[in-house]
Design a protein around this ligand. Structure first.
Ligand code: NDP
Length: 273
């Protein structure tokens, strides 16, 4: 029998996950179907119950249900626990396993696809929401020289600092504290770009040769990427590769086969103009 998987979110019509997983399944010869479910607001658990009742094997979870998925699970990985959110679930009898592959997908895209190692680098992370929390452990595993987390609500940046403090050189701060500092890699993990807004980051943060990485995808040259470009940064990327790599991690977790990601990244990439 064909195994069933899906992505659940609301809205969900824009999701690229069914296309990505269909490409993975075809390329790796896996007998599976992957659909999109529009979960009703406040009705995540009911929608998942129905999916499980018809033999669903696993789900990807997108906004606004990542916290609901974390709560629904019976077992949570360390990455999911640190993020306080899940973006993938696996159903195994009575067990419901929760994972968070956003951060590992991001690191894989940066280090493997873009060829930018984080080890020994000065890394700036803008934002302290779900995506930033998910990135914290995978970033620290790369042993950057320092990791600075700047957020509009400084208390949330300090929370992340506290979570990472035992592991490495991590510092939380506000945007005004960034004046006079430069970084080798700057990640925009705020949701400002979704509204064509710019977080109040000084243009001086981009060191020569810096990589500016926008986690949002499909938006072209966002205000953040434009700021970096105007500051002389030539290495610009958006979150398409992160999206595809986190999908590949989930696929491997479910199916035991890690698919090649190149074709899917090429298929959904939009030029940064
Ligand atoms: P959250 O809602 O959890 O967090 C939003 C963050 O953005 C907070 O830190 C918030 O600050 C900050 N923020 C929002 N607006 C502004 C603004 N105008 N100026 C400065 N800071 C602002 O969102 P997520 O963490 O889930 O998502 C963040 C981004 O990552 C989105 O663009 C999303 O599309 C992208 N993403 C990409 C993925 C991929 O696969 N490529 C996967 C997951 C996310 P405060 O705390 O002060 O409110």
């Amino acid at each position: 029998m064909t195994d069933r998987y899906a992505v659940i979110g609301n809205p969900i019509g824009f999701s690229k996950s069914p296309l990505i997983h269909a490409m993975f399944a075809q390329a790796s010869g896996q007998d599976m179907e992957y659909t999109a479910i529009e979960g009703p607001p406040g009705g995540f658990a009911g929608a998942v119950d129905v999916f499980c009742a018809v033999g669903g094997k696993g789900l990807n979870i997108t906004a606004p249900f990542k916290l609901d998925a974390f709560a629904y699970a019976t077992e949570r990985s360390e990455r999911a626990q640190l993020a306080g959110a899940a973006n993938a679930m696996k159903f195994d009898g009575e067990r419901v396993l929760a994972e968070n592959f956003d951060g590992v997908g991001l690191v894989r895209d940066v280090t493997h696809n873009l060829g930018c190692q984080l080890q020994g680098k000065r890394v700036l992370l803008l934002g302290a929401g779900g995506a930033a929390r998910g990135a914290l452990l995978p970033f620290l595993a790369q042993a950057p020289a320092e990791l600075v987390i700047a957020n509009r609500t400084v208390a949330r940046a300090l929370e992340l600092q506290a979570m990472g403090a035992a592991r490495a050189n991590v510092r939380g701060c506000g945007y005004s504290d960034l004046t006079g500092q430069t970084f080798d890699v700057v990640f925009n993990a705020t949701s400002a770009s979704l509204r064509a807004e710019l977080p109040p980051v000084p243009a001086s943060v981009f060191a020569p040769g810096c990589l500016a990485y926008e986690l949002a995808y499909g938006k072209g040259l966002t205000p953040f990427l434009r700021l970096a470009q105007n500051a002389g940064t030539r290495r610009l990327a958006d979150g398409v590769g992160m999206l595809v790599e986190q999908a590949a991690e989930a696929f491997a977790w479910w199916r035991g086969v890690r698919p090649d990601t190149r074709a899917a990244i090429e298929r959904i990439t939009i030029a940064l103009v």
